[in-house]
Design a protein around this ligand. Structure first.
Ligand SMILES: *Cc1c(COP(=O)(O)O)cnc(C)c1O
Length: 375
């Protein structure tokens, strides 16, 4: 972690050191309000996924706007939020390894006001969790993960859900909370109809699993799933009780490529990479936002200005080529420019700070506490 933020509060954007992640506060607040306005009348629980921002200050704003808790993808990612007093944190993933489980149980025990949850898709995970929970003094919420089409994790058959739920229910240290039925691969299917159909299918599978649990006298209070690309369809299904959208506060290039559903809220780009032109020759401008500052798994960061196209990204450099002779800014050495990240989550993971900007001035700097790749 870099202890010093790249800017001081009150500074103009041009004084921010680069590479930096800039959050446009007006747009962020607009996105949070759009989600709250859309979901409030539906009664659905909103549990945003914190893997996209990894930032306690942003999470607290989500809670203020009505979120019931958070998701995190790993124990280390959940930790800063539990420590910060967020009351219901779900590790929306399987956790394998005794050290990780012991750590999660210790965190839960040290923060009795917070519910801590975890997903399972194998009886061996339940056994390991029972052993870890017996050592500590905490009660852990458990969600059985159902594979509704992603083929990433999760059991497929209702009888498998029942078997795991029975094992969970048998342990006084565990609390059977429900089912996670998240369809990640559907989030970026470009067409509205494709996304809606995928979730209609997932909802049928989730309903069958729930019916099997109830028929076996097991509880299933929560069915959770749904990201930024599909959450209106999980809400409409009548089966899901909770959604887990992650990218909507900040957004990225990948999400902008989705066909817009006119019935869904329209989130605005609120996150930018700020870069400095560090070399400028002929029709080429080289920026200081290389692979250590942006993830290109969903494509290179795109300039917010016309006339320049990203050519390539290297360890320390991103190279832009001029597209037309007179289109867009000329760009000079030392100029600071903005780009939209290709994929928000792994890009944020590379940075220590969000520099929060309103009316072209820095208004806050937020540490990105949950970044990193520990476990
Ligand atoms: C990534 C993820 C989400 C959020 O997805 P977005 O597309 O960023 O909204 C929700 N739930 C789970 C389990 C995830 O892995």
């Amino acid at each position: 972690m870099v202890l010093e933020a790249p800017a001081r509060v009150g500074a103009p954007v041009d004084e921010i050191d680069t590479p930096a992640l800039i959050v446009d506060l007006d747009r962020l607040e607009g996105n949070l309000a759009r989600m709250a306005d859309f979901t409030r009348p539906t009664g659905i629980r909103v549990r945003p996924h914190a893997k996209s921002h990894k930032c306690v200050a942003l999470a607290k704003r989500q809670i203020q706007s009505g979120a019931v808790g958070l998701c995190a993808q790993k124990v280390s990612e959940a930790e800063p939020f539990i420590r910060a007093g967020i009351e219901d944190v779900l590790v929306s993933n399987e956790v394998v390894g005794d050290r990780k489980l012991a750590h999660l149980v210790a965190l839960a025990a040290a923060h009795p006001k917070s519910r801590v949850g975890i997903c399972v898709d194998d009886i061996a995970q339940v056994r390991a969790l029972v052993a870890a929970a017996a050592e500590g003094r905490a009660k852990i919420d458990v969600y059985v993960e159902l594979d509704v089409g992603q083929k990433r994790a999760g059991v497929e058959e209702p009888h498998e859900v029942v078997a795991l739920a029975q094992a969970v229910t048998a342990s006084p240290r565990l609390r059977m909370r429900g089912i996670q039925a998240y369809f990640g691969a559907a989030q970026h299917r470009r067409g509205v109809v494709e996304r809606r159909d995928a979730i209609a299918d997932a909802s049928v599978k989730a309903r069958r699993a729930k019916e099997a649990l109830l028929a076996a006298n097991l509880s299933c209070d929560v069915i959770t799933g749904g990201g930024t690309g599909t959450f209106p369809y999980e809400i409409a299904s009548g089966v899901y009780t909770e959604i887990q959208p992650g990218s909507y506060p900040l957004m990225d290039v990948d999400y902008v490529k989705n066909e817009v559903d006119v019935a869904a809220p329209r989130f605005e780009q609120a996150l930018y990479l700020l870069a400095t032109v560090m070399s400028r020759r002929g029709a080429r401008a080289t920026l200081d936002v290389g692979l250590k500052a942006q993830s290109i798994d969903c494509g290179m960061a795109q300039p917010t200005f016309p006339g320049w196209r990203p050519r390539s990204v290297h360890d320390e450099h991103a190279i832009l080529d001029r597209e037309g002779d007179d289109a867009g800014p000329n760009l000079a050495l030392g100029d600071k420019v903005r780009l939209v990240p290709g994929h928000v989550d792994p890009t944020v993971n590379l940075h220590d700070w969000f520099v929060v900007v309103r009316a072209e001035r820095v208004v806050e700097v937020w540490p990105i506490e949950a970044r990193g790749a520990f476990f």
